[in-house]
Every structure is written in structure tokens, then in C-alpha cells.
Design a protein around this ligand. Structure first.
Ligand code: GAR
Length: 215
């Protein structure tokens, strides 16, 4: 069966991109990354794509007078590469409604918190300040409102008494690297559908909940 053609949007380190690259390297994996796009020319993730032989494009947001034109440029490079699903992986620009609606249910994001808790930035600091006992990550379909949309996979980790934002971030990142490939696999296998703004995962699929008790 043809593999799902994936475009990954990044802004920086690209460790989630790497997790997706590693998953796609498995011959039986049902998706392939056909393009990596960064809004930052210096993003470390671009080197990861080069190392894996994946085509890259840099679309610097500063080159565009407004968000609509930046989004249109992103849209154009994705369509040129015949991308079928877009994965946001540490992509730190907000996308406008027109782009999000054009890619509805074909655009997913990973967020470093158990949504709908801790939308936005500095999630680990805020989780510690709130005293939550569980924290984690969410892979979800993107909707125009920031960090909203049907949840596909969540991964949870414990918050430990002596955690700092850095130690907690590292524990969450480890579960991110499992959650994103799992979500991609479920979608590429056609096991996820959206009904009444909930993502329903085929009952025969491996679970879409990850618990990482040891980090
Ligand atoms: C990840 O923790 C991801 O969840 C987060 O940025 C980091 C990117 O790391 N995304 C967001 O905060 C989106 N608002 P990476 O570049 O190593 O994948």
C-alpha cells in the first residue's frame, strides 16, 4: 500500500522530527516524510532531515509582510511536494484560520502538556506551579484556536517532588517521542476518524494512551 506523504514543520531542535524520521525508517511503517519545512534557517532539525536524505525548504516568516502571505507560502511548498498530512513538530508560529481550515483533519500538532490543561508556552513551569501529579503531551488535530482540536494520543508521566522545569521537560520529551510516531501510525493506517470534534480511534488499534511511569 502507498505510504502516507507527510510534511513536517519545525522551528528548532527537531527531536520530535527525529522520532518521526526514525519511525518512518522502518520499512513497514505506513507513512514517509517527503518534506521538512522550517521558518528558521538555523533550525537544528534541518540537519536531521539532511542526514536522513529528506528534502527541506526554509520559509522565513520575516520575509513576508503578514501571516496570510507566510501561510500561503507554506501551503504552496507543501502542495508542491504532494503532502497529504502536515505534522507540526516544535513549529513556533501560529497558523491563520485559512491555512488551518484548508488542512482540516490533515494537520496535527504535538503539545507538551495534557490538553486542555496548560495551553500555550512554559507548560512545564506552569505544571510545577499548579502542583499537578501527572503531566505529559498531546497529539491533536489542529483547529484555529491555539492548542485546541480533537485529541489523538496522550502520553502521561509522573511529576516528581524534586522536579525542575528541565527534568520534567526531559521526562515529557521522552513520551513525546513515543506519542508522535504512534499518532502518525494510527492516522496513516486509517484508524482515526473525527466525529463531533472527537478523534475516534479504531477499537482494534493498539491503545492511544501512553503511560511512562519511569520517564
Ligand atoms: C516539544 O516539546 C514540543 O512539544 C513543543 O516544542 C518542543 C519542540 O522540541 N511544542 C510546542 O511547544 C508547540 N507550542 P523539538 O524541536 O525537539 O521537537
Amino acid at each position: 500500500m502507498a505510504r502516507l506523504r507527510v510534511g513536517v514543520l519545525i522551528s528548532g531542535r527537531g527531536s520530535n522530527l527525529q522520532a518521526l524520521i526514525d519511525a518512518c525508517a522502518e520499512p513497514s511503517f505506513p507513512a514517509e516524510i517527503v518534506l521538512v519545512v522550517s521558518n528558521e534557517a538555523a533550525a537544528q532539525g534541518l540537519s536531521r532531515a539532511h542526514a536522513a536524505g529528506i528534502p527541506t525548504r526554509v520559509v522565513p516568516h520575516r520575509d513576508y509582510p503578514d501571516r496570510a502571505r507566510f501561510d500561503a507560502a507554506l501551503d504552496a511548498v507543501l502542495r508542491e511536494a504532494a503532502v497529504e498530512l502536515v505534522c507540526l513538530a516544535g513549529f513556533m508560529r501560529l497558523l491563520g484560520d485559512a491555512f488551518v481550515n484548508a488542512w482540516r483533519d490533515r494537520l496535527i500538532n504535538i503539545h507538551p502538556a495534557l490538553l486542555p490543561a496548560f495551553k500555550g508556552l512554559h507548560t512545564h513551569e506552569r505544571a510545577l506551579a499548579a502542583g499537578v501529579r501527572l503531566h505529559g503531551c498531546t497529539v491533536h488535530f489542529v483547529r484555529p484556536a491555539m492548542d485546541e482540536g480533537p485529541i489523538i494520543v496522550q502520553g502521561a508521566v509522573p511529576v516528581l517532588p524534586d522536579d525542575t522545569p528541565e527534568t520534567l521537560a526531559a521526562r515529557v520529551l521522552a513520551v513525546e517521542h513515543r506519542a508522535y510516531p504512534l499518532a502518525l501510525r494510527l492516522i496513516a493506517e486509517g484508524r482515526v476518524r473525527v466525529e463531533r470534534e472527537r478523534a475516534l480511534v479504531d477499537a482494534a488499534a493498539p491503545g492511544s494512551t501512553l503511560l511512562n511511569p519511569d520517564g
